[in-house]
Every structure is written in structure tokens, then in C-alpha cells.
Write a protein that binds this ligand. Structure first.
Ligand SMILES: *Cc1c(COP(=O)(O)O)cnc(C)c1O
Length: 405
């Protein structure tokens, strides 16, 4: 005998997923309609318009890929890059390695450059690599939750345009909580997910494509019903994926409404509501709220006497990597936070494994009360674990951080 799912109340203060906004949960539980019902196609068009606001773009080709964030990444890379084309991936954390791996699976000739974890790339270093590698595409993460760093992208679009390079970013962790300007920064493709600053569940990947990116995708050889279409030009290889062929996905979302997959209706409702929440509150106001909550959390962990990993000047607003004090068992502290307080914080990967916890303040959880509760609980758990932490030091400092202009 099983019972209906009835999960315990949790406060998700890790690097994602975070608690969904109740508005999103309500949207998820609304009735289904057919995929060509004018109500549904109307929702699809509204979702496109809403995500144009979220991405700060006029790109017609702004839609959802069904799947988690990496579905968006895979769709972008497999559709934009032909086998053998060069892709440059500057890697500053785990998700940079993921971009390189997915580009490799798309049979690109992948070139990487790296900085140590906790740092970002100066634009000049990226430009030098572009001049040396002469890639078709620059693929770069904006905010890498594995290191908490936010790569400045604002100068890279002009550099890519100057050298005739397409510019793609994975903005999954950063979009909504940090500055992001698709058009002003000259991006050709950007992808995201819902479970970070957009306050939704994972399972839908918003994507936006510039006209130039759409032209590249339209240049791929088409396959329909398993038959290769003859083409006047040599358009090279077709996209080596049906599900992630953005040309076909664009035809489904565009005026032709050619059947591809069946749009994940409930996830579309959720994604639409995530964007509506941001547009209602105001795109800049949401970023400001993340900045404020991030500042309060940073001040709070420092107020507990804990160290912070990485170049804090380039930290994302929505996540901080907190050094585990000597002699403290990091997993035991996380376990006690979850068990005794119902609060989840994150572990870390690779070179940071066992060295830092990652604490997020994102989406619906970027608030003063969540920051204070997390710090108050962390103080108690750390003291019980034998660490010397100042009484009320985290909460006091977070109050000050929240109020500092
Ligand atoms: C969290 C995160 C993802 C997550 O991908 P999923 O497929 O949704 O698990 C991808 N990229 C970055 C930069 C992230 O921070």
C-alpha cells in the first residue's frame, strides 16, 4: 500500500532547486487542453512574449524546450553547431565542463580555456582565445553555481560580432536574479531553466535565439518524416537529434504549427506563471531583491565568522559558497539542518567537495525571513557540532546587510 505523495515542508536554501512560488504550483494543477486548442496556442504565444521580457529581447524565436535546463543547452548546441565546427568554451566551473561535453557529443571540435575555480575571465582573455581558435561559436556559462561566480558577458557580444562568432550562454542559474541583457549584450542564444531564480520546478527550458542564430539553424539540412529533403545549397549535416532539432521546434511554436512533440502542457503553465511573476514584480525589482537577499546572506555568514570562497566581487547574487570550519563535518551539519529545521543547503563538487557549503537565496526564497531563519538555524547546528560561533552574529549582520543601501 502506498499513499499519495505528501512531502514534508522544506525550506530549500541550496543552489537549486528552490521552493516553487505557490502561484506556479496552482498553475501546475489547472486542467489540460489539447495541443492545438486555440486556448493552448494562445498560451504558447503569451509565453513567448513573456520570456522576451525576461530575456530582455525582441527575438521572435523565444520559446520553451521541454526538459530540464540541459535540454535547452543540448538543443542550442546540437542545432547551432555542425559536426567538425569549432566551439570555444571558457570553463570556470562544473557547468562549463558540461557545455564542452555536450558540444563534443554534437561532434564539434571543442577548444577550452580555464581559470581556477572562484574566478571569472577578463574579456581580453576570451578575445585572445577567439583570435587563436577562430571558433564558429563561443559557448559560455553566465552564472556557474558550482563556484558561485557570475561571468561578465556585457563586452563579449561585441567581440564575437567583430570576429564573426556566434555567442551562446547558459543562464540557467543567473537569469532573473542577476543583470541579463540578451539584445544589449549581443547574445545569439541563451537558455535557462525554472528551478533557480524563476521560482518554478525543473522541467522546462526557456530559450531565446537571435535572427542570426535562427538563420544558422534554418541552414541545416531538413529531414521530414525520415526523408532527407533535396536542397539547392550544400547545407551539410542535418541536426543529429529529432527531439532537440530547434528548426522543427521553431516550426511547432511558429505560425505553421507543424507537429513535433506534444508540448508539455502543465510545464508550459508553470513556465508561463514563472515569467508572469517576474513581469508583475518588475524585472529590475526582482534582480534588486536577489541582490539584497544575497547581500544579507553574505553578511550573515561572515557575521558567524565563516569564510566565503571565491572572488566575491564576481559572486552571483543568488548563491554563496561558505567555507566549512576546520573540524566540522559538513555533511553532518547539512543533515542536522534538514532533520531538525527542515532547511536544505547544498554540498559542492570537484575541487570544492567537502570544503564549502553552497547556500542559495533565489526566486521565491530571496527574502529576509528565509535568510534569517537559515542563519539562526546554522548558528545552532554549528555550535552543537563544536564550532565557536558568535551568538546572534549571523542574524545581526544579515539585518544590517539587508538594510544597507
Ligand atoms: C543548475 C544549473 C543547470 C541545471 O541543469 P538541469 O538540467 O536543469 O539540472 C544547468 N546549468 C547551470 C549553469 C546551472 O547552474
Amino acid at each position: 500500500m502506498t499513499h499519495p505523495v505528501n512531502p514534508p515542508a522544506r525550506l530549500l536554501m541550496g543552489p537549486g532547486p528552490v521552493n516553487a512560488d505557490p502561484r506556479v504550483l496552482r498553475a501546475l494543477s489547472t486542467p489540460l487542453v489539447g495541443q492545438y486548442d486555440p486556448v493552448m496556442t494562445g498560451y504558447m504565444n503569451e509565453t513567448m512574449a513573456l520570456y522576451r521580457e525576461v530575456f530582455a529581447t525582441t527575438n521572435e524565436a523565444t520559446l520553451l524546450v521541454d526538459g530540464t535546463s540541459r535540454a535547452g543547452i543540448e538543443a542550442a548546441l546540437v542545432s547551432l553547431v555542425r559536426p567538425g565546427e569549432r566551439v570555444l568554451v571558457p570553463v570556470f566551473g562544473r557547468f562549463g565542463h558540461l557545455l564542452a561535453e555536450i558540444a563534443l557529443r554534437a561532434q564539434a571540435e571543442v577548444h577550452t580555456i580555464e581559470v581556477p575555480w572562484g574566478q571569472v575571465f577578463p574579456a581580453s582573455v576570451v578575445e585572445e582565445a577567439i583570435v587563436r581558435v577562430r571558433p564558429h561559436l563561443l559557448a559560455m556559462v553566465q552564472g556557474d553555481t558550482s563556484t558561485t561566480m557570475l561571468q561578465p558577458l556585457d563586452e563579449l557580444g561585441a567581440i564575437c560580432a567583430k570576429h564573426g562568432v556566434l555567442f551562446y550562454t547558459d543562464a540557467t542559474a543567473s537569469l532573473g536574479g542577476n543583470p541579463f541583457e540578451m539584445d544589449a549584450w549581443g547574445l545569439d542564444a541563451a537558455t535557462a531553466g525554472l528551478q533557480k531564480c524563476l521560482s518554478g520546478p525543473s522541467g522546462s527550458a526557456p530559450i531565446s535565439l537571435s535572427d542570426k542564430a535562427v538563420e544558422v539553424i534554418r541552414g541545416r539540412r531538413r529531414i521530414e518524416a525520415g526523408i532527407r529533403e533535396e536542397s539547392d545549397e550544400d547545407t551539410g549535416e542535418p541536426v543529429h537529434s529529432n527531439y532537440f532539432d530547434l528548426g522543427m521546434i521553431l516550426d511547432y511554436w511558429g505560425p505553421r504549427r507543424l507537429n513535433h512533440h506534444t508540448e508539455a502542457t502543465s510545464m508550459l503553465y508553470a513556465a508561463r506563471e514563472c515569467a508572469r511573476i517576474i513581469v508583475d514584480e518588475g524585472r529590475q525589482a526582482v534582480i534588486d531583491r536577489h541582490e539584497r537577499a544575497g547581500r544579507a546572506m553574505l553578511a550573515g555568514v561572515r557575521g558567524l565568522g565563516l569564510g566565503v570562497f571565491g572572488d566575491v566581487a564576481h559572486k552571483m547574487n543568488n548563491v554563496v559558497a561558505v567555507e566549512i570550519p576546520d573540524g566540522v563535518d559538513g555533511d553532518a551539519v547539512r543533515g542536522a539542518l534538514l532533520q531538525d529545521f527542515g532547511i536544505e543547503i547544498g554540498t559542492s563538487f570537484g575541487p570544492l567537495h567537502g570544503r564549502v557549503w553552497r547556500i542559495g537565496t533565489m526566486g521565491a526564497n530571496a527574502r529576509l525571513d528565509t535568510v534569517l531563519s537559515t542563519l539562526a538555524a546554522l548558528e545552532q547546528v554549528l555550535r552543537r557540532a563544536g564550532a565557536r560561533v558568535p551568538h546572534g552574529g549571523g542574524v545581526d549582520a544579515a539585518y544590517s546587510g539587508w538594510s544597507a543601501a
